[in-house]
Design a protein around this ligand. Structure first.
Ligand code: ATP
Ligand code: MG
Length: 137
């Protein structure tokens, strides 16, 4: 069993599709092991996306991720990291496969509805970034 981190981003929260997105996970073998709604501080968003610090879109990404509340979740299941990435679809919703979360709920490459950890190692770090052990059930 793997664990991975999912974030429902501010665009999808504002649109009122939290439940529809969670249904994609629960209907595809990913269990919600932890969940909370919060608004990221600038410092938190900068740290979370520090890997993209040198990219031209970094400042806009931090601004977007702090623009409203998000829902962070620990998803658990077999091959959870890969399965979550498959359910999400490509970073750019215009390139995302039909039926994926980003194809169905995202507007643009920036406002792209969800985040998902991209490796097991990053998943461990990202889960620990938001959750302590007692919050994962
Ligand atoms: P995420 O890390 O959010 O799950 P991802 O792994 O599919 O998305 P990354 O390459 O890690 O994509 O980029 C992180 C985020 O930065 C993207 O989700 C998107 O919001 C933003 N981003 C990536 N590329 C661009 C770009 N060319 N222009 C604007 N924003 C971008
Ligand atoms: Mg990424």
């Amino acid at each position: 069993m793997e664990k991975t981190l999912s974030i429902i981003k501010p665009d999808a929260v504002a649109k009122g599709v939290i439940g529809k997105i969670i249904d994609r996970f629960e209907s595809n073998g990913l269990r919600i092991a932890g969940m909370k709604k919060l608004q990221l501080s600038t410092q938190q968003a900068e740290e979370f996306y520090a890997i993209h610090k040198e990219r031209p879109f970094y400042a806009d990404l931090v601004k977007f991720m702090t623009s409203g509340p998000v829902v962070v979740m620990v998803l658990e299941g077999e091959n959870a990291v890969k399965k979550n990435r498959e359910l999400m679809g490509a970073t750019n919703p215009k390139e995302a496969d039909k039926g994926t979360i980003r194809a169905d709920f995202a507007e643009s490459i920036e406002a792209n509805a969800v985040h998902g950890s991209d490796s097991l190692e990053n998943a461990k770090n990202e889960v620990a970034f938001f959750f302590d052990g007692r919050e994962i059930l």
